[in-house]
Design a protein around this ligand. Structure first.
Ligand SMILES: Nc1nc2c(c(=O)[nH]1)N=C([C@H](O)[C@H](O)COP(=O)(O)OP(=O)(O)OP(=O)(O)O)CN2
Ligand SMILES: [Zn+2]
Length: 132
């Protein structure tokens, strides 16, 4: 049976946002301390026995999150046309990290963004044959 490895890291950032057309309190400007979870999966390890270095994945995630940290997310170019909901934030992080880490035997599987201890959104990549 083919096996699958999974590596997971967590990071976080604090930012403000407002959800346009939400028709509720979240339409008002407010903030969260988001927790971010990144999951990488793959079928082969390198010569060192690792799928992806925790440190490398954390560094890349933290560098990306610096773009969002202590900002008004609605001002970020990625959220000009779509609301900075947890779903869209997860997709943004997923797409950027996929560019850096995806290969034939390794890929970003999903990114979860926790707005609070009890509310989270997750974006999954759907891999098709030939994806790298
Ligand atoms: N699916 C989603 N639903 C909501 C999102 C989102 O990004 N994705 N975002 C919000 C708002 O950002 C809001 O700030 C958070 O809403 P909510 O958790 O409902 O509100 P509270 O933090 O006040 O939590 P309580 O449990 O109600 O105290 C809304 N929905
Ligand atoms: Zn919010």
């Amino acid at each position: 049976m083919e096996g699958l490895y999974e590596v997971k890291i967590q990071a976080g950032f604090a930012a403000a946002h407002q959800l346009r057309n939400f028709r509720g309190k979240c339409e008002n400007l407010h903030g969260h301390n988001w927790k971010v979870e990144v999951v990488v999966r793959g079928t082969r390890l390198d010569e060192c026995g690792i799928l992806v270095d925790f440190g490398e994945l954390k560094k890349a995630t933290n560098e990306l999150l610096e773009e969002l940290d202590h900002k008004l997310l609605n001002d970020h170019p990625c959220f000009r046309d779509v609301n900075p909901s947890s779903e869209h934030i997860a997709r943004f992080i997923f797409q950027r990290l996929s560019q850096k880490f995806n290969g034939k035997y390794r890929w970003v599987h999903c990114v979860s963004t926790w707005e609070s201890d009890n509310a989270c959104a997750t974006y999954y990549g759907i891999r098709s044959a030939g994806d790298e």
